[in-house]
Design a protein around this ligand. Structure first.
Ligand SMILES: CC(C)(COP(=O)(O)OP(=O)(O)OC[C@H]1O[C@@H](n2cnc3c(N)ncnc32)[C@H](O)[C@@H]1OP(=O)(O)O)[C@@H](O)C(=O)NCCC(=O)NCCS
Length: 202
């Protein structure tokens, strides 16, 4: 993947390689930067990403429940896995790609790795996410997620408390957690395969 423009002149610079892998304790030093990138992105978009502390991010790394993207030693992206209702539901949350690495398919690679990690560790769980991001909607749809109403997602209060740091939380509160600006998306491993359009009635 080329994250940086080629050098001017005849000889292009070597293409930087971005590695995407499960994070571990060796990656603790990136936790603060990850939180800062998440906070910056939330501020710029004016929508919420649940606020996380470096300690929380390090906990995810320690448990092998996070995916990190690195370009040599530089942070390029991150995402982590959370479980709700005793593992009945799993969310791949906190997706962030550092601005200079965007629009090169990195979010797709990170989400794919997080999806595989989640399916390996929680094969029977429903995977879900809430997002206003078109990029994330496209990636999720390609992984097999479907848009759903919030009623299909975890009802665990701790998950929805993560929305408290979003400027739109008043909508969620007003609608008793039924609607907000985010779209809910769900991958249900037990769902029947998609119906063919060949026999529809309308
Ligand atoms: C959203 C984000 C993770 C996308 O990262 P990225 O590495 O640029 O995404 P990718 O290059 O893998 O693109 C994936 C798809 O989304 C599309 N896409 C990327 N950015 C987009 C944007 N801003 N608007 C619309 N579509 C976009 C790409 O075209 C691609 O679709 P395609 O394969 O059909 O062409 C990144 O912009 C980011 O970190 N934003 C701030 C944090 C955030 O919004 N996180 C998600 C919270 S739910």
């Amino acid at each position: 993947m080329s994250a940086l423009p080629a050098a001017a002149g005849n000889v292009p610079e070597p293409v930087p390689v971005v590695t995407v892998r499960v994070a571990g304790p060796d990656d603790f030093r990136y936790a603060e930067r990850i939180c800062a990138e998440m906070a910056d992105a939330a501020r710029i978009r004016g929508t919420g990403i649940a606020k996380r502390t470096p300690e929380y991010i390090q906990g995810k790394m320690e448990e092998g429940k996070a995916v990190i993207a690195l370009c040599e030693a530089r942070l390029a992206g991150f995402c982590y896995v959370e479980t709700w209702e005793h593992g009945r539901y799993v969310a791949n949350s906190g997706l962030i790609v550092v601005p200079e690495f965007r629009k090169h398919g990195l979010a797709r690679r990170i989400k794919r790795r997080a999806f595989r990690l989640s399916r390996e560790r929680y094969p029977d769980s429903k995977l879900f996410g809430i997002t206003t991001s078109l990029a994330v909607m496209k990636i999720n749809a390609d992984l097999g997620y479907r848009p759903v109403t919030f009623s299909e997602l975890t009802q665990d209060d701790v998950f929805w408390k993560g929305c408290q740091s979003c400027p739109n939380v008043d909508i969620l509160t007003r609608t008793n957690k039924q609607h907000c600006l985010c779209t809910g998306m769900l991958f249900d491993p037990g769902a029947p395969p998609p119906r063919s359009d060949e026999h529809h009635d309308d």
